[in-house]
Design a protein around this ligand. Structure first.
Ligand SMILES: CC(C)(COP(=O)(O)OP(=O)(O)OC[C@H]1O[C@@H](n2cnc3c(N)ncnc32)[C@H](O)[C@@H]1OP(=O)(O)O)[C@@H](O)C(=O)NCCC(=O)NCCS
Length: 148
């Protein structure tokens, strides 16, 4: 049974292991300055970015989730964007991913957001197996213009 706790400064090492696993899953790397700035913002209540860790029965961190809210034109309430979700390979299938999504859902509801939303790769069948159980597929297609 997974429990979820807010990310704190004390979680730096455990978070870093999971973050590295997440970047590896996406076959990407980030420079140290970006990773350091990301962690600093996640544990800074004033930054607008939020994080939580899933823990197994021993208290070991097995997964992470990050999210943020933003204003919206179709609602006076904020929208909550779930940006990152990852469970370490040996911790999967035990409810941690579901618990992390539910944590963000509950947080967003408590903080007055109108909805929680996220993106995933069409090919990510494992993640979609979870998402199809806890959310509704929007039908929107994601476009982007990389800058700089
Ligand atoms: C997607 C991911 C977060 C799921 O985490 P998890 O802890 O294994 O998920 P859970 O154990 O909470 O499973 C939740 C539900 O999804 C289903 N599910 C999870 N993995 C599955 C799989 N490989 N095949 C079929 N169903 C699966 C479970 O059956 C479960 O349903 P239930 O609660 O009704 O039994 C994890 O696989 C992961 O980190 N993958 C790599 C990173 C990634 O894809 N992140 C998401 C990017 S958008």
């Amino acid at each position: 049974m997974a429990t979820v706790t807010p990310l704190t400064e004390d979680d730096r090492a455990a978070w870093r292991t999971l973050w590295d696993g997440y970047l590896t899953f996406y076959a990407t790397t980030l420079d140290e300055a970006t990773t350091a700035a990301t962690f600093a913002r996640l544990v800074d209540p004033a930054s607008g970015m939020h994080g939580a860790l899933a823990r197994d029965d021993t208290g070991a961190a097995v997964g992470l989730v990050h999210w943020l809210t933003h204003p919206a034109t179709w609602s006076t309430a904020s929208y909550c964007y779930l940006e990152d979700l990852f469970v370490a390979a040996d911790g999967r299938g035990a409810g941690a991913g579901r618990a992390l999504v539910e944590h963000v859902r509950d947080w967003a509801e408590r903080h007055g957001s109108a909805k929680v939303y996220w993106l995933t790769a069409e090919s990510n069948a494992t993640a979609r197996a979870l998402y199809d159980r806890v959310a509704t597929r929007s039908g929107m297609i994601h476009y982007q213009i990389p800058l700089g």
